[in-house]
Design a protein around this ligand. Structure first.
Ligand code: HGY
Ligand code: MN
Ligand code: MN
Length: 424
């Protein structure tokens, strides 16, 4: 039996966490200190090896499943419901050192501290997972958590491609993985008692308020399209403006319409981003015949997202008619907004209250593996502040003091969830 008082006294080893974060951040780091650990690159695989060595060094079992998700656990094989702590090691191109990595390193620290205190035989199992391709190099994101919840199929694995035309299946094969093995990564519903993720907020709220912890109540919904506007390549010098079917001009008109579309059809949580644009043929003295671009749209409400999608489709069709452009798009992902589980939220809140840690309840504008895990388990998330709200950039930073606070809340909430006396 583990008493709550005992749990609430536990403290992570913040110096060890800081050393691990610095060590991990060297993998895939560029001159400007930004991180390039995109899914299934050598750097991404090196980060998995790093984690498995750290787990092994701590005397823990490690496993890489068919989707290359890396697990850490006290022992293999259990019929007891597991409290899973997770996040991801992959980054966006030119990313920061904490997005995903912080949640994995603090999860590793939780397992080490449980082992050092000899608690593992007195609780339900606590495990760690580092999910594959959370960022969506290949399509919509959450590849590893989608594999775990059984949301993959052979077509998705065969067709997924990155922005440069590299197939997921080739990228996985190139690093020695069998892409189709991802279909075997599925875990039965009921395997997990709860899923917990600590993550940097990646926005400005906590830092501006000087609040050390965000208690996440819901995670935004996201749809991602790959859009093509097909016009006509023509000579830049001899084609009069009214005769042009300029694909970039069509994209520019659509980009200009986005604020009005969000204003008239969205909510205060609506955002839309065109993060990647490719023009064809892309020569200086040719009217762009084709514009291919990514569109990432988010809102906390499912219906509003649908409405935004319909409005954007109509806007692009109208622009196509006016400018003699064909419009087509591929839906890369369509992830529902999810509420976090009130029992997990309350458990985290209990840890916060008993340590008198200031916090605020909030929603997540970023997507997370937790929203996939929510389809098979109760989920909860803990945010720590991002300095100046910056993320997905080398400027991504969180003060060690906040990391220490967040790590202790993660450890104590995980143990409260894993107590044999916790019933649900
Ligand atoms: O895009 C996101 O919200 C996350 O960083 N994958
Ligand atoms: Mn992340
Ligand atoms: Mn991210």
């Amino acid at each position: 039996m583990i008493e709550i008082e005992q749990i609430d006294k536990l403290d992570i080893d913040i110096d060890r966490v800081q050393a691990d974060l610095e060590d991990l951040s060297r993998i895939g780091r560029a001159e400007d200190r930004s991180i390039y650990r995109m899914a299934f690159t050598q750097a991404d695989m090196e980060a998995r090896q790093w984690l498995m060595q750290r787990l092994d060094h701590a005397g823990l079992q490690t496993e890489m499943d068919g989707a290359a998700n890396v697990f850490g656990r006290f022992r293999d094989g259990t019929d007891k419901p597991v409290t899973l702590i997770g996040s991801h090691l992959d980054t966006v191109p030119a990313g920061g050192s904490l997005d995903g990595a912080l949640g994995v390193v603090l999860g590793l620290e939780c397992l080490r501290r449980i082992k050092e205190e000899g608690l593992q035989d007195h609780i339900y199992p606590v495990e760690l997972v580092a999910f594959s391709d959370e960022e969506g190099r290949f399509g919509g994101g959450f590849f590893g958590s989608r594999a775990l919840v059984g949301d993959l199929n052979p077509a998705v694995i065969h067709e997924a491609m990155d922005l440069h035309g590299v197939l997921l299946s080739d990228a996985m094969t190139n690093v020695g993985l069998d892409p189709m093995a991802a279909l075997n990564a599925r875990r039965a519903p009921g395997s997990y008692r709860a899923y917990l993720e600590l993550h940097i907020e990646q926005g400005p709220v906590l830092d501006a308020e000087k609040t050390p912890i965000g208690l996440v109540e819901a995670i935004t919904g996201i749809f991602r399209w790959q859009v093509r506007l097909l016009g006509q390549a023509d000579h830049a010098g001899t084609t009069p403006m009214p005769m042009r079917h300029d694909a970039l001009a069509g994209l520019a008109e659509f980009t200009g319409e986005i604020p009005r579309i969000l204003e008239e059809n969205g909510s205060e949580s609506s955002v839309a981003t065109i993060g990647n644009v490719q023009l064809f043929p892309g020569s200086v003295n040719t009217v762009p015949g084709q514009a291919e671009f990514s569109l990432d749209v988010r809102d906390a409400d499912r219906e509003i997202l649908e409405q935004l999608g319909d409005t954007m489709r109509r806007a692009l069709s109208a622009i196509g008619r006016r400018r003699g452009l064909m419009f087509e798009f591929d839906m890369l992902s369509n992830v529902d907004p999810v509420p976090c589980d009130t029992r997990v939220i309350d458990t985290i809140a209990d840890s916060l209250d008993s340590s008198e840690t200031a916090y605020r309840r909030m929603m997540s504008g970023a997507g997370h593996d937790a929203q996939k895990m929510a389809t098979i388990a109760p989920v909860g998330m803990v945010f720590v502040p991002s300095k100046d709200g910056r993320s997905h950039t080398a400027a991504e930073w969180t003060h060690m003091e906040d990391i220490h606070t967040g790590g202790n809340i993660l450890l104590r909430a995980a143990l409260r969830l894993a107590r044999l006396e916790t019933s649900w």
